[in-house]
Write a protein that binds this ligand. Structure first.
Ligand code: SF4
Length: 216
């Protein structure tokens, strides 16, 4: 790593520190007093992972993907060459919305954040994309895919790479299904093979160890 790279990484880390402090204080959506935004901890990511919204386990301000869905996600990411600790270091974990949206009215799983919440929260993600300028973004679940890709069935998106544009420039996007038990997509014939393909693509992308580009 050259001294220019070191300076760039330090600059990214400082900007992420300042960004996460502001994000932690966000109360735009007036969730309950115990619901706080969830922020990523890594300051030297190789890529970004963008989920849907935190679940009940994370609601009090814990780590992203700390619950059962997270355990499934990290078991998938192991196939891409990362144990959980490595994944948390290499991947800046963001989401379409950052606060627990509450239970789904049906009682099964969590409520899906509405369009207004997604719009309200979107500038936090834009700012992170602009700071990190990730070469690779992993899109976990349909809401994250909808943020970057034209709407298509999951089996037309998972298992492939997609060039996407965003506030930080261009990235390769690798979609994954949502790991929550509420999604049955993974159990349909052929879908697990698509997941394996996606994880092989991610493994290949991360194996180069390409650093984040960071903003100038
Ligand atoms: S969901 Fe996003 S915009 Fe709404 S309060 Fe949480 S961090 Fe702020």
């Amino acid at each position: 790593m050259t001294s220019d790279d070191t300076t760039m990484h330090e600059r990214v880390a400082l900007r992420l520190d300042a960004h996460c402090s502001r994000l932690l204080a966000c109360r735009r959506c007036l969730h309950g007093p115990d619901v706080r935004p969830i922020v990523a901890r890594t300051r030297s990511p190789r890529a970004m992972l963008i989920g849907q919204a935190p679940g009940r386990v994370e609601a009090g301000g814990g780590r992203p993907f700390a619950g059962r869905a997270g355990a499934t996600l990290f078991s998938w990411l192991a196939e891409a060459g990362m144990d959980e600790a490595t994944a948390r270091e290499w991947l800046y974990i963001a989401a379409v919305t950052r606060c627990y949206p509450g239970p789904h009215p049906s009682g099964r799983g969590d409520r899906v954040p509405g369009r207004a919440e997604r719009r309200e929260c979107s500038d936090w993600l834009d700012a992170e994309l602009e700071i990190i300028r990730p070469p690779v973004i992993v899109l976990v679940g349909r809401l994250a895919m909808e943020r970057f890709l034209d709407p298509r069935p999951l089996d037309a998106l998972v298992g492939q790479e997609h060039e996407v544009s965003h506030a930080g420039g261009r990235s390769v996007a690798i979609p994954l299904p949502h790991p929550s038990g509420a999604s049955s997509w993974i159990h349909a014939p052929g879908h697990r093979a698509l997941l394996h393909d996606a994880l092989a693509l991610l493994r290949g992308r991360l194996a180069t160890g390409a650093p984040v580009r960071g903003a100038a």
